[in-house]
Design a protein around this ligand. Structure first.
Ligand code: 3PY
Length: 249
């Protein structure tokens, strides 16, 4: 099976418009020959600027959250149509920082994912276990529950617009990376859960990224693994040279 790798930067809450534009203009020429899909998931306020700067290039733009509703009394939320309107094609949903600090649950991840897909935005759905859960040997149980929750009622036909990001929480922003073997092992398991839910063909076509302190020095080892189809890149996506090295793994 040929799955085109996808490397996505997750800028988190960093960069003003001016900084965003400067960063994108720096890495644009460095990633222009990438063999993978390249995405930058930026703060809402940067989407329009970054989309304009990336026009005509191979870089796609994403957001970091999307509402589950279309419009109305949802103070502080942003709808899928609003995101598309300013140039977003992708959206990160259920990042562990949102699960841990902003009350995101499998249920809200499911509602946001359904709404993104309905509107034609491509969700990058994040799952992953905490350190306690890994040490308690319940990683497989945890990711199974997260997948079943996030994808409840999501039609198989829509799965080719979905990217899954496996991000062990203990590897996020800690400088600790899962070993390539650990990442491959869990991602293979994740794919088997999708096989159970959607069948062999859908699961084999699904792109699953690794995320969690992936950077210029560990990207190529991770990307050599057969089930790792890309990365969701935190800190290393904020420096043009580092990000381009990951993209050109
Ligand atoms: C990290 O690399 O730390 C991330 O959280 C990417 O999303």
């Amino acid at each position: 099976i040929m799955r085109k790798p996808i490397i996505a930067g997750n800028w988190k809450m960093n960069n003003t418009k001016k900084e965003a534009e400067a960063l994108v203009n720096q890495f644009k020429p460095l990633v222009k020959d990438a063999k993978c899909d390249v995405v930058v998931c930026v703060p809402f306020t940067n989407i329009e600027t970054v989309a304009a700067a990336c026009k005509g290039s191979n870089i796609k733009v994403g957001a970091q959250n999307v509402s589950w509703a279309d419009k109305g009394a949802f103070t502080g939320e942003i709808s899928a149509d609003m995101l598309k309107d300013v140039g977003a094609e992708y959206v990160v949903i259920g990042h562990s920082e949102r699960r841990q600090m902003f009350g995101e649950t499998d249920k809200t991840v499911n509602m946001r994912t359904q709404n993104a897909l309905k509107s034609g935005l491509k969700p990058i759905v994040c799952i992953g276990e905490t350190l306690d859960e890994r040490e308690g040997s319940i990683t497989e149980k945890v990711v199974t529950t997260q997948i079943k929750g996030a994808f409840e009622g999501v039609d198989a036909k829509l799965l080719d617009n979905v990217v899954v990001a496996y991000e062990p929480v203990w590897a996020i922003g800690t400088g600790k990376t899962a070993t390539a073997e650990q990442a491959q092992e869990t991602i293979l398991y994740i794919r088997s859960v999708f096989k159970g839910l959607y069948g062999e063909n859908v699961a084999n076509a699904l792109r699953i990224q690794y995320g969690g302190s992936m950077n210029a020095s560990n990207a190529s080892e991770l990307m050599k693994k057969p089930d790792i189809d890309g990365g969701l890149i935190g800190g290393a996506s904020l420096k043009a040279e580092d990000f381009s090295k990951v993209v050109n793994f």
